[in-house]
Design a protein around this ligand. Structure first.
Ligand code: CP3
Length: 345
């Protein structure tokens, strides 16, 4: 593809500095958009929506139609892998997702032999369908959960409000937790390769529960499996860059910036822009950092925060995004104002 038609998002992932940073937003498709709520209702359930390629593709494209964003992220969920493994998955209002609990080593053999590609094939169809609909200068992002974050939901067996029970499980039986992580690592490689084959231009790994782990544990349950995944992807799909978003890890983000095969590291809103620019930018492309609450609030505080980010990352490859997802109570017009500000309008 010629440079002119390639999205600036992919160009920045490849290390180019562009005048205005590309922008997309975590949870840009979702409940804050009235058109999403309509399709979600039509689908009946969240899982029906994820597994219906026509509807999933439609909600993936909704924010692209409304706003001048540089990338769409495929509409799916990080919990589709455990669901495809045969675990029951419920989304309870007010409580978040709830999965069947995986108790111990004896259950892992059954999981190891499950074939997930058939159950997940509608996701690959959504990718192909959406890539055909998207303009060539907009990138399509595929994604998966990081093995640790997906494992925390599988170990919790209830609403996952606090991952400390999973840390405890790791200390009690590290062989079990490590084997679970190995199974998820292999499945995630297969799942992301299929998304790239179907047309995803870039891939993101969400490690939403990487925060709060001692460094020695973080290395084993997060940094190492994520390196394995991005290295495998780089070998099979050298032109599909990967982004790792290790939420809540603070200065330990350096551990991810040092993974050669990883194109970019996502930063959450607790991190200092100056620290990130001085300590991560020399080693990797940086993505994100704006507090999603500022988009909910809008107005001059949002504009000032956007300007501060643009100033902080002026001369380094940077992708504008949030420090976590947009919340359902975000007024859609605040997103429009945010994108305009980034574009200098
Ligand atoms: O626009 C996008 O960002 C793409 C779609 C997307 C969803 N989930 C859709 C979704 C993505 C990238 C995810 C990732 C995801 N899912 C993460 C990692 C990012 C993060 O938020 O930390 C995690 C931890 C999950 C697990 C999950 N799924 C949670 C915690 C929830 C929220 C529960 C709730 O009701 O608030 C979900 C459900 C979910 N995934 C929704 C959406 C739009 C809301 C459900 C609905 O619309 O009915």
């Amino acid at each position: 593809m010629s440079k002119a038609t390639r999205s600036s998002f992919v160009r920045v992932l490849n290390g180019e500095t562009v005048r205005l940073p590309p922008v997309w937003l975590m949870r840009q498709a979702g409940r804050y958009l009235p058109e999403y709520r309509k399709v979600r209702e039509q689908a009946g359930s969240f899982l029906n929506l994820c597994f219906d390629p026509a509807l999933a593709s439609e909600v993936t494209l909704q924010p692209i139609r409304r706003y001048d964003l540089d990338a769409a992220i495929i509409f799916a969920d990080i919990l589709l892998i455990p669901y495809a493994l045969g675990l029951n998955l419920r989304f309870e209002t007010g409580e978040g997702p709830v999965l069947d609990r995986v108790e111990g080593l004896s259950e892992l053999d059954a999981l190891r032999n499950r074939r997930v590609a058939d159950v997940l094939s509608p996701v690959f169809e959504t990718v192909a369908l959406t890539r055909r609909e998207l303009p060539t200068d907009k990138a399509l992002i595929g994604f998966a959960g990081a093995p640790w974050t997906v494992a925390t939901y599988m170990l919790a067996g209830g609403p996952m409000n606090d991952p400390s029970a999973c840390r405890r499980r790791y200390y009690e039986d590290d062989a079990f937790v490590q084997q679970l992580i190995e199974i998820l690592t292999d499945l995630t490689i297969e799942y992301l390769r299929s998304q790239a084959d179907a047309g995803a231009d870039a891939l993101q790994l969400f490690d939403s529960w990487a925060g709060g782990l001692p460094e020695s544990v973080l290395e084993v349950v997060s940094v190492k499996p994520l390196s394995t995944i991005v290295e495998a992807l780089k070998q099979s799909h050298p032109h599909v860059p990967t982004v790792i978003f290790p939420k809540g890890v603070g200065e330990k983000a350096r551990l991810y910036a040092d993974i050669d095969a990883c194109a970019a590291v996502g930063v959450d809103h607790t991190m200092s822009f100056k620290w990130v620019r001085d300590n991560l930018s020399p080693h990797t492309v940086v993505q994100g950092g704006l507090d999603p609450m500022l988009v909910t609030v809008g107005g001059p505080k949002l504009q000032q925060a956007v300007d501060a980010i643009l100033e902080a990352y002026k001369n380094v490859p940077y992708i504008f995004n949030l420090g976590h997802g947009l919340t359902p109570d975000t007024p859609p017009e605040h997103v429009a104002a945010l994108v305009d500000r980034i574009r200098g309008k």
